[in-house]
Structure formats: structure tokens, C-alpha cells
Design a protein around this ligand. Structure first.
Ligand SMILES: Cc1ncc(COP(=O)(O)O)c(C=O)c1O
Length: 406
């Protein structure tokens, strides 16, 4: 008798080298983003997930993450999974039946909190604004005056629309005054723009690896304040998620003992990505992101395209651009990939394209290549653009504002 079931066919797929394009695409969309060579190298090693070397890696990741989150929190964790796993960790440990959460929804990602909170049996209330608009502190103030909440959730940058929650510090203050824990999604913003967790009084902040941090997708970071930890301890149990139970995560991240087999390669890559951020310094990194994004925005407008979000609420880390009349956005993006090997993002429903300005995306050569590819692709679709003027504007902005920064 055969030891295998011959009815299940044995596939003979191409090798991954054959699957990948000969020249990798330049990833200029909403993430993942290109990674530095040091990070790629670090992610190519496997070591034991327990033991002295891993303990040093874990302690190093925590210490560097504190700097990047701008916090003194003791409870800092890496999570094996996407940034949504951290969102789920926050929700699953702070909310349960009988607890109330106010979700500030300004788009696709900020709304995800509500789905997760409903999933753990919490009572969910939404403060929802039309996509493309920010949630303002005074709107939150009004909502908090109407009812009592245990948790308020917010996104610092809504990637789906390219909107920045400029009022985040004020919103955190309001949540604290209302005795609600504040949970902030900094997935597309951390290390690209200021976020002072402790100073602003935010209880939980999380991020992914594949955006500002410029590491390999699959390992995310989250940090809990003392107040949040006190709430975690009050969870009546059983916890909805075993892997995402922070008390269990504390075994590995606090006590260097087994919880589950840690994502070794992703952690080594994360260590190296965080080290590069510390080496660059946050002040310099924020300046690089700002100069890069503003120069790109000037180039986009210079060629005659319209930025979707007004400047006061525009997210610098993901720039949303209106698609001109008659242009097929998906076809234009495909052309950019095929002809110029540059990939940018479409959107979930809205007629926009999005260019990322996170981590390694904010390098001068990437800006020129992306803007040129965008201009050619849209012009080919019939848009009336002045490509030369856009490129010249980008150049002029970089000379004026980015010397020594980019
Ligand atoms: C603001 C924001 N929150 C959450 C997520 C979810 O991240 P992930 O896809 O890593 O789960 C994203 C992903 O793009 C995001 O941009």
C-alpha cells in the first residue's frame, strides 16, 4: 500500500526566483516599503527563539521601541503578526462584555477597531466622519459628554484616505479627563512624525513593521501604560485570544520564557530596523520624512494634479492624489509597474491613488523615479499634465528644504 494518498496531486511549481520579477519593483505604495540592506541581512538568519542571544535581542527591541514610541512603559511587546494583530491584542485585553468603547472612525483602518471590539462582546459606539475628513477634538469632546466610555480608539494617520489626526494630543487629554483609556494606531506614522506617547498621555500605541520602521512584514510592536496594565489584570477571562493574551506575552517579553515560538527572523530584522532609527535620531528622521513628502507633494501639484486632502489635515506619510477625469487609475498603476518598475497604491473604494512616504521610501532617487512614472502614466491616459514643471518643482523643493536632510 502507498504511504501517500495518490489522489492528492503533487505540484511542481516554479522556484521563487522564477516567480519574482528579474528587477524588483520599487515599493512606493501604502506599505510594505523597501527595507535597508542591513535589515534584509538580519532577516536572513535563524537563531534559537530562547536563550542568551535572543534575550539580548528582546531587551534591545524593547529599549529601542521605547525610544521610538517615546515612552517609559515597562510593558512593551513584539507580536508575531500584522499590525492588526496588535490592534486585536489591545481590543482583546482591554474590552469584554459590559465595557464600552468609543471608536473614532475616519476610514477603513480606524473602523476596524469597531469590528474587533464587537467581536469580543464590548458595547461599541462610533464617532464617524465622512472619508477624507479628520476627527476633531471638539467632536470627541461632545461625544464624551454624552456617555461614559472605558476606552477610546483613534488612528494617528488614516492610511486609506491620507488623513492626519492633527488633534491627537488634545483627544488624548479629553479621554484622560473622561477616565477612558486611549488606544492609538500609529501604524503608518510611527517614526515618520512626532508621537510622544507619555507626554500626550496615550495608554496604548501600536505599529507594524512594514511601514515607517522599514522592516520585514509580520512582526508588530505594542506598548501598554501602567493604567492599561491595571485594566488588563481585571479581565474576567477567559481571554478571547491565546496568542494575543498580554499576560502570556509577558512570559516571553518580560521573563524570557516560552509563550510561543517567537518570529526569530522578523525580530532580528526589527532589531536592526530600530537600531537604524536610533542611529538616525527621531528629530532627523521626522525632518527627512517631512522634507521628502512636502517636496513630492509640490511636484505632484506642480505637474497639475490635485492632492485629495487639504494641507491642514493631510497625512505626510501616505499622500492621496485625485485621479483626473478620464484616467483609469488601475491601468495607470499597472503601466507604472510594468514600464518603470514603480508600484503605488490604489484605494478602497475612493477614486484616488496613494504614494507612501514612510521610511526608505523617503529617499531622493525614489521621489524622482515615482513622480516621473506617475506623470507619464497619467499623461498616457489623457491627463493634461506639465511633467517637466512637476519634476522641476520637486528638484527646487529638495534644494531649498532638504539639503543635508535627504
Ligand atoms: C493605519 C493602519 N492601521 C492598521 C493597518 C493594518 O495593518 P496590517 O495590514 O499590518 O494588519 C494598516 C495597514 O495598512 C494601517 O495603515
Amino acid at each position: 500500500m502507498s504511504p501517500v494518498d495518490r489522489n492528492v496531486p503533487r505540484p511542481i511549481p516554479p522556484s521563487i526566483i522564477q516567480v519574482l520579477p528579474a528587477e524588483p519593483l520599487l515599493l512606493m505604495g501604502a506599505g510594505p516599503v523597501p527595507v535597508p540592506a542591513e535589515v534584509a541581512r538580519a532577516g536572513g538568519m535563524v537563531i534559537n527563539h530562547l536563550g542568551d542571544t535572543m534575550n539580548m535581542v528582546v531587551d534591545g527591541v524593547k529599549e529601542m521601541a521605547r525610544y521610538v514610541f517615546q515612552t517609559h512603559d515597562d510593558k512593551v511587546y513584539g507580536v508575531s503578526g500584522p499590525a492588526s494583530a496588535c490592534m486585536e491584542m489591545a481590543v482583546g485585553n482591554l474590552l469584554w462584555p459590559g465595557r464600552r468603547v468609543l471608536v473614532l472612525k475616519l476610514g477603513w483602518f480606524s473602523g476596524r477597531f469597531a469590528e474587533m471590539a464587537a467581536g469580543v462582546g464590548a458595547t461599541v459606539d462610533l464617532l464617524e466622519v465622512p472619508e477624507g475628513e479628520p476627527v476633531l477634538a471638539r467632536q470627541v469632546e461632545g461625544k464624551l459628554a454624552e456617555g461614559k466610555y472605558d476606552v477610546v480608539t483613534v488612528v494617528q494617520g488614516e492610511t486609506s484616505a491620507g488623513v492626519w489626526t492633527r488633534d491627537l494630543p488634545e483627544i488624548a487629554t479629553l479621554a484622560r479627563q473622561a477616565k477612558a483609556l486611549m488606544v492609538a494606531d500609529a501604524v503608518c506614522t510611527l517614526s515618520t512624525m512626532p508621537l510622544k506617547k507619555d507626554e500626550w498621555g496615550i495608554d496604548v500605541v501600536f505599529t507594524g513593521s512594514q511601514k515607517g520602521i522599514s522592516s520585514l512584514p509580520g512582526v508588530s510592536l505594542i506598548t501598554f501604560s501602567e493604567a492599561a496594565w491595571e485594566t488588563v489584570k481585571q479581565h474576567p477571562g477567559p481571554k478571547p485570544h491565546w496568542c494575543l493574551d498580554v499576560m502570556r506575552a509577558q512570559n516571553f517579553w518580560g521573563n524570557h520564557t516560552y509563550h510561543y515560538t517567537a518570529p526569530v527572523t522578523g525580530l532580528l530584522a526589527m532589531y536592526e530596523a530600530l537600531r537604524l532609527i536610533c542611529e538616525e535620531r527621531l528629530e532627523q528622521r521626522f525632518a527627512r520624512h517631512r522634507a521628502s513628502s512636502l517636496a513630492l507633494q509640490a511636484g505632484i501639484e506642480g505637474m497639475g494634479l490635485k492632492l485629495s486632502i487639504p494641507a491642514e489635515h493631510r497625512l505626510n506619510s501616505v499622500v492621496a492624489i485625485d485621479i483626473p477625469e478620464g484616467v483609469d487609475g488601475a491601468r495607470a498603476r499597472r503601466y507604472m509597474s510594468e514600464r518603470f518598475k514603480v508600484e503605488i497604491s490604489g484605494a478602497f473604494g475612493r477614486d484616488i491613488v496613494r504614494i507612501g512616504q514612510m521610511g526608505e521610501q523617503c529617499r531622493a532617487p525614489n521621489l524622482f523615479r515615482t513622480l516621473h512614472a506617475l506623470g507619464v502614466a497619467f499623461s498616457r491616459e489623457g491627463a493634461k499634465l506639465d511633467l517637466s514643471r512637476g519634476m522641476a518643482e520637486l528638484e527646487a523643493q529638495l534644494i531649498e528644504h532638504a539639503a543635508g536632510v535627504l
